[in-house]
Design a protein around this ligand. Structure first.
Ligand SMILES: C[S@@+](CC[C@H](N)C(=O)[O-])C[C@H]1O[C@@H](n2cnc3c(N)ncnc32)[C@H](O)[C@@H]1O
Length: 177
């Protein structure tokens, strides 16, 4: 798994004991805090300083990429989304939690977006459009804040040539008698 923008690393401490875990954050001070929290929990994750727009991994490295309460802080949504998708394996999944408008126009949720998050500098985007724009298949669930906190589960489709390759391993079909 890869977590991008892990901050204090609280979430890393919930799963690093069960999965091989890598992490990237722009702020070197956060790496120190997260490493300390992992050490205290007796856990390890391979943490690196880096930018979501230039993730230091080859294409198709991870089964799962996690990104929470960070995307609305990235200036270039397309560049960030494209990198998150690039490092996912075909069939892999991005789990992204962040601020968005409530689909049903809930007044409290809408006010939170307009009067709290946006004035704080959050760049609130239409995430299904952003994520489908880089080829991911997106499911959007509202998980809190009167519909203003969303969890996007975005899957990278398996490539056609993978399908053809797996068909090949089955071998030639027997000729009709
Ligand atoms: C609001 S904190 C969220 C931390 C954590 N994910 C959470 O949910 O508590 C945003 C994090 O994004 C990181 N960040 C900001 N810009 C970044 C970038 N361009 N690339 C990688 N990380 C970035 C910050 O250093 C910070 O740790």
């Amino acid at each position: 798994m890869l977590e991008v923008s892990f901050g204090t690393g609280w979430l890393l401490t919930r799963y690093a004991g069960r999965f091989r875990t890598d992490g990237v954050d722009l702020n070197p001070a956060m790496l120190d805090v997260a490493r300390r929290n992992l050490d205290r929990a007796g856990l390890f994750a391979d943490l690196r300083q880096g930018d979501v727009e230039h993730l230091p991994y080859p294409d198709a490295t991870f089964d799962t990429v996690v990104n929470t309460m960070a995307f609305t802080g990235y200036p270039d949504a397309a560049a960030a989304a494209s990198e998150l998708a690039r490092v996912l394996k075909p069939g892999g999944r991005l789990v992204l939690v962040d601020i968005g408008y409530p689909a049903d126009g809930n007044r409290v949720g809408t006010a939170l977006v307009n009067r709290v998050w946006k004035p704080l500098g959050d760049l609130v985007r239409d995430m299904p459009v952003v994520l489908s724009g880089v080829g991911l298949e997106v499911r959007d669930d509202e998980v809190g804040g009167w519909g203003s906190v969303h969890r996007y589960l975005a899957t990278k489709p398996a490539r056609l040539d993978d399908v053809v390759e797996s068909d090949r391993t089955v071998g030639p079909r027997p000729k009709d008698e």
